[in-house]
Write a protein that binds this ligand. Structure first.
Ligand code: NDP
Length: 288
């Protein structure tokens, strides 16, 4: 079997075209969706991610503002900035690019963002609401992965989803989203014994570890759907995923590439959440 490659770029393009129409409609009602991005320090990867997010906002007509601070900013000063954005009716989404310098407590920062502006879906209130099946902003990477799999038109209910990785931003929430869709979910992590025996049971295998090429054909059941979330930079400067693409392509039914797989979908779901935030709470701006 040779896998069909799921193009995150193509899917993202379609979804962004639809979002651009929704932004037009909101603007005609006097609501201009606005995203504030906070960037602390000069981590080159963070700068590049922020640039990508701002470009994507422009593409669909979302107004984005960038607030940059040196890595010497105090936690108190950063929290104050967030509180100002919480109170600003022209801002519907607030994103703080992680990681933050070690002297700043990330959870304090995330918890200061008003849950109705938490378009990254990292606030414990949104995570809790997601867990109990309530309306919530869903974290962008897991949401993008679900969107990708749903776009294939395959039935998720009853499928065995195996997630490798249990971080708060990818592994844990993506398993929960598939559980919500009635999949049977298994989590694997660094203490899992006989990883290949676990992953070979997967109808849908989601790998979010951050170790180049760790998953090979021997980890994958014939016909499985394989989603590679990992982004690793090789010594030659090239990006690669956690999955050995060429090898797994011969076994899986569907496979995502790296780059141009999950990455573009992550940003697209950020745009989706920002548009949703404006639709839900943007009337405050009109009343101003
Ligand atoms: P973390 O480092 O927070 O989590 C990695 C997870 O992998 C941990 O749960 C860890 O287990 C597990 N792990 C480590 N080694 C092994 C192993 N040998 N076998 C099984 N599990 C293992 O990473 P993130 O979740 O933040 O990110 C994962 C990857 O996804 C990274 O490459 C990141 O760059 C990428 N990413 C891509 C995004 C995109 O949009 N494309 C967005 C976000 C992340 P334990 O908990 O036991 O330590």
């Amino acid at each position: 079997m040779t896998a069909q490659i799921i193009s995150g770029t193509e899917l993202a393009k379609e979804k962004r075209a639809q979002l651009a129409k929704e932004v037009e409609q909101l603007k005609s009602k006097g609501i201009e969706p606005g995203l504030a991005v906070i960037l602390v320090g000069d981590n080159p990867a963070s700068h590049s991610y922020v640039k990508g997010k701002q470009k994507a906002c422009a593409e669909v007509g979302i107004r984005s503002i960038l607030l940059t601070f040196p890595d010497t900013i105090t936690e108190a000063a950063l929290l104050e900035q967030i509180k100002q954005l919480n109170a600003d009716p022209s801002i519907h989404g607030i994103l703080v690019q992680l990681p933050l310098p070690p002297h700043i407590d990330e959870l304090n920062v995330i918890e200061t963002i008003a849950p109705e502006k938490d378009v990254d879906g990292f606030h414990p209130i949104n995570i809790g609401r997601m867990m109990i099946g309530q309306k919530a902003f869903l974290p962008c990477t897991p949401y993008g992965i679900l969107f990708m799999v749903q776009s294939l038109g395959v039935e998720i209910a009853g499928k065995h989803v195996v997630v490798v990785g249990r971080s708060n931003i990818v592994g844990k929430p993506v398993g929960q989203l598939f559980l919500r869709e009635h999949a049977t979910v298994t989590y694997c992590h660094s203490k899992t014994k006989d990883l290949a025996a676990m992953t070979r049971q997967a109808d849908i295998l989601i790998v979010a570890v951050g170790r180049a090429n760790m998953i090979g054909a021997d980890h994958v059941k014939e016909g499985a759907i394989v989603i590679d979330v990992g982004v690793n930079r090789l010594e030659n400067g090239k990006l690669c995923g956690d999955v050995r693409f060429e090898e797994v392509k011969e076994v899986a039914s569907y496979l995502t590439p790296v780059p141009k797989g999950v990455g573009p979908m992550t940003i697209t779901m950020l745009l989706h959440n920002t548009v949703e935030a404006a639709r839900e709470y943007g009337h405050q701006q009109v009343q101003r």
